[in-house]
Design a protein around this ligand. Structure first.
Ligand code: PMP
Length: 361
């Protein structure tokens, strides 16, 4: 038998939200609503779709470093385009960081529960994940600081945090970065930053501008509606980005993804609409859950963690049988995460939840 690296036995395979087509087939259902992967319920940015329709140069390799997109991002964000690295989703940037920075015996601090890609990529490299539990659903920066050791290489602060939707404030991030000091890289994963409304939320790029050792991760998968094209990016000190290019696949991001992202970036109308629909959906769900006496964690993102009050696996199955896919296995025995959808989707979710929890009928 082929022998793979021993580290692989420690690497968990990512379990994505169930695909709609699979559920339709398995359950023989006509209509299925998926609110499991924090995708944009409005679909893709129309400007991105229009730009994609004009594309026909499939026979050519893409520009490897996503040059044009980096120029546009640099301008929009007010950073040097050479401090930006583009990946097949921000997930690939997490992979590049792991490949470039981690080795056997290194430590990676991960507040948990959080986005489940940080840990397997650390393990793949033989590094040790040091997991720090959240406190009241929030990242506990003091506990994270206590976990720092001379072996710490990377610290992940997911802001807002998936699956809780909570943020770390400007003061908390700054306090932590001062504690962490020079040799440690802090990853500020801002996949959901466009949805945040709290004035206490920091723009991670400010820390970068002020010379702190941080990487800011952003994505086109959420508010821009391009999850299926796979494109996201990291902004980091230029010297680090230069190193990341050594581990980047030469043509990692497709020309389609680059063209769509460039167009989506200009689609301010779509971003504003997505934000508005999310705000309305969020407050609608707050009200409806309150009516039912269901506790939830107030969110700064496009998803909501709620406490179903019983085994999350059972609730997940009961929802699924009704053609509503949400997400369990979020690190709490009775909680599930639902993506905030359109008004119609949110209603379908509540109807199914009522039946799943036997609140009505
Ligand atoms: N970070 C966080 C916190 C996420 O929730 C996700 C997607 N679920 C990602 C990163 C990765 O997104 P993508 O690779 O599509 O950019």
């Amino acid at each position: 038998a082929v022998k793979v690296r021993p580290e692989l036995s420690q690497v968990e395979i990512y379990r994505p939200g169930k695909p709609i087509e699979e559920v339709k087939r398995e359950l023989g259902l006509e209509e299925v609503v998926k609110l499991a992967s924090n995708e944009n319920p409005l679909g893709p940015s129309p400007k991105a779709t229009a730009a994609l329709r004009k594309l026909d140069q499939w026979h050519l390799y893409p520009e490897g470093s996503s040059y044009e997109l980096r120029q546009a991002l640099g301008k929009k964000l007010g950073v040097d385009p050479d401090s930006i690295i583009v990946g097949c989703g921000s997930s690939e940037v997490i992979q590049m960081l792991s490949l470039a920075l981690l080795g056997t015996g290194d430590e990676v601090i991960i507040p948990v529960p959080t986005f489940p890609r940080y840990e397997p990529l650390a393990r793949l490299m033989g590094a040790h994940p040091v997991k720090v539990p959240l406190k009241d659903y929030r990242i506990d920066v003091e506990a994270v600081a206590r976990a720092l050791s001379p072996r710490t290489k990377l610290v992940y602060l997911c802001n807002p945090n998936n699956p809780t939707g909570t943020i770390v404030t400007r003061e908390e991030v700054e306090w932590f970065l001062e504690k962490a000091g020079e040799g440690i890289l802090t990853v500020l994963d801002e996949a959901y930053c466009e949805y945040v409304t709290s004035p206490a939320y920091p723009d991670g790029l400010d820390f970068l501008r002020r010379g702190y050792n941080v990487v800011v991760l952003r994505t086109f998968s959420k508010i821009y509606g391009l999850a299926g094209l796979r494109i996201g990016y990291g902004v980091a000190p230029k010297e680090l980005v230069a190193e990341l290019h050594r581990v980047r696949e030469p043509f990692n991001v497709s020309s389609a993804a680059q063209v769509a992202a460039l167009a989506a970036l200009e689609d301010e109308e779509f971003v504003a609409l997505s934000r508005r629909v999310n705000e309305e959906g969020k407050h609608f769900l707050y009200r409806e859950l309150e009516k039912r006496g269901i506790a939830y964690v107030p969110t700064e993102a496009n998803f909501l963690l709620f406490d179903a009050g019983r085994d999350e696996r059972e609730v997940f199955r009961r929802m699924l049988r009704q053609g509503v896919i949400i997400r369990g296995g979020m690190g709490y025995p009775t909680h599930l995460r639902v993506t905030i959808g359109t008004l119609e989707q949110n209603r379908r979710f509540l109807e199914a939840l009522d039946k799943a929890l036997e609140l009505k009928g």
